[in-house]
Write a protein that binds this ligand. Structure first.
Ligand code: 5AD
Ligand code: SF4
Length: 479
């Protein structure tokens, strides 16, 4: 059962909600004094949160946790203990959504056994499918889009009264700027920091501008305050996040300047960022990375396709040649930088020649790593409205398999080149393979396994790479 918080949500002026409040909360203290007090942790009930999708979503779950905790809810990692279950969803491909429908079906059974349990769908799929979720899904009590998280405590109270609670309004301003995310399930060493939200790029295949709204950048000072606080609490790596991180601009501060200011917090703090759009990868940004040894030598630069014809149809605003020019600029100035990418197989009208161009781009760049996908048509996007999803599923699968096989070769070749080299590794935790080993990452974002010795998470260790697979490096400490 949900015990309603005394935190003073806006909805308490609403008659229905007040009634719920009175009926659920054991009233042992004076009502008005409770409203002024900060709610006791857990006094409002426990929430459990499951996160799907990108790093932005993981960080959003941490913002959600902060909002709920400030209102007296306590986080639980156990579904059995939860009063409220939140599913932070992804809408980017159909299979992401299918997984969530499957999960909802499981919650249907759970709700039958625990009728007081509240189930909330939050995030991108909530934004995209609000009507269907509200009208057809008996299991769902709450539907909240990516810009509605501040209203979650109030909405949980509303749902506890039996009324479905919805907030899918997109905002032009919301950046959750001053909210300090509660780091869920993190290792105490690496943390995500959102610096902007939304996207204005309108790639023709992509649903993100519709689910996350227009681009807006977060106040620079709040970002720096969050980073300093993380560093003081022992964190040694931050990843600055945004759908299109390098188009950040807050007043006079562009992304390159922000990056330098974050790097300035401490030479012991590593700085990463994701995801960059090639069109915004400026020379100034490359120079800034070169100037700061603690800005990681790893750039994720989604190409999507190696065919200029496909890139035009995708509305990516660059050609293959222009993209390769950016890669050359990185290689020239940052020879030790790893480059990774996202690729889509089987976009509308893709021919065998277009596909071959993607494979040849992969070889030419020699990506260290890639996220690879089959094109999935998304309702409402430009591609869905104006193009035909005409590459047969079997062809998409075959092309994706070729792309994955090639990437495995390239990753293995890149890792083999690292054998015999030295790297500084930031230790993140104990290896899953063995309690006698720890794992960490190089500046290039490669995972290294090494003997545990006395290393603790947060330590920097100089390591000689002795062996590798396509996914991992094996190392030994240099004394
Ligand atoms: N189908 C397949 N992949 C997609 N991506 C985005 N939209 C789609 C889609 N409709 C991929 C892109 C993007 C990554 C986050 O997801 O490669 O960079
Ligand atoms: Fe998925 Fe995109 Fe939403 Fe992230 S922003 S959760 S990738 S749809």
């Amino acid at each position: 059962m949900i015990l309603l918080s005394a935190g003073g949500g806006a909805d308490e002026s609403n008659d229905d909600t007040l009634r719920i409040y009175l009926s659920l909360r054991p009233m042992t203290t004076n009502h008005s004094s409770l409203r002024l007090a900060r709610p006791e942790p857990g006094s409002a009930g426990k929430f459990y949160i499951e996160t799907y999708g990108c790093q932005m979503n993981q960080n959003d779950s941490e913002v959600v946790a902060a909002v709920l905790q400030a209102d007296g809810f306590a986080h639980t990692a156990s579904l059995d203990e939860a009063d409220v279950v939140l599913i932070n969803t992804c809408a980017i491909r159909d299979n992401a959504e299918q997984r969530i429908w499957g999960r909802l079906a499981e919650f249907r059974g759970l709700k039958r056994r625990r009728p007081g349990l509240l189930v909330g769908i939050i995030g991108c799929m909530a934004e995209r499918l609000k009507d269907r979720l509200i009208e057809q899904e008996q299991t769902v009590d709450l539907v909240v889009g990516p810009d509605g998280y501040r209203s979650l405590p109030a909405l949980v109270r509303q749902a506890a009264g039996g009324a479905k609670a919805v907030n899918v309004l997109l905002s032009r301003e919301e950046t959750y700027a001053e909210i300090a995310p509660v780091r869920l399930d993190r290792n105490g060493v690496t943390a995500f920091v959102s610096i902007m939200r939304g996207c204005n790029n309108m790639c023709s295949y992509c649903v993100v501008p519709y689910t996350r709204g227009v681009e807006r950048s977060r106040d620079t000072e709040t970002i720096l305050a969050e980073v300093r606080d993380l560093f003081e609490r022992g964190y040694r790596e931050v990843t600055l996040l945004g759908q299109n991180v390098n188009s950040y601009r807050y007043g006079e501060v562009n992304f390159a300047r922000l990056l330098a200011r974050v790097a300035e917090v401490s030479p012991l703090l590593r700085v990463r960022f994701a995801t960059s759009h090639p069109k915004d990868l400026s020379d100034e940004l490359i120079e800034t990375i070169a100037a700061w040894p603690n800005i990681c030598r790893a750039i994720h630069l989604p190409a999507q396709s190696g065919s200029s014809r496909m890139l035009e149809l995708m509305n990516r605003k660059y050609t293959r040649e222009w993209y390769l020019g950016r890669i050359e600029a990185i290689r020239r100035r940052l020879p030790e930088c790893s480059i990774s990418t996202d690729l889509i197989a089987g976009f509308c009208t893709e021919t065998p020649e277009d596909h071959a161009a993607t494979l040849s781009l992969m070889r030419e760049v020699g990506y260290e790593f890639a996220y690879m996908f089959k094109y999935s048509e998304r309702p409402g996007t430009k591609a869905q409205r104006t193009m035909r999803d005409d590459v047969p599923e079997a062809v998409k699968t075959a092309r994706l398999t070729e792309i994955i096989n090639l990437q495995n070769e390239l990753s293995l070749a890149a890792n083999r080149r690292d054998v015999g080299r030295h790297f500084e590794v930031l230790i993140e935790g104990t290896s899953k393979r063995s309690a006698d080993e720890v794992y960490g990452r190089t500046s290039q974002n490669k995972v290294v396994i090494l003997p545990k010795m006395n290393y603790l998470p947060g330590d920097y260790v100089h390591v000689l790479i002795t062996d590798c697979s396509s996914a991992t490096l094996i190392g030994t400490p240099l004394c």
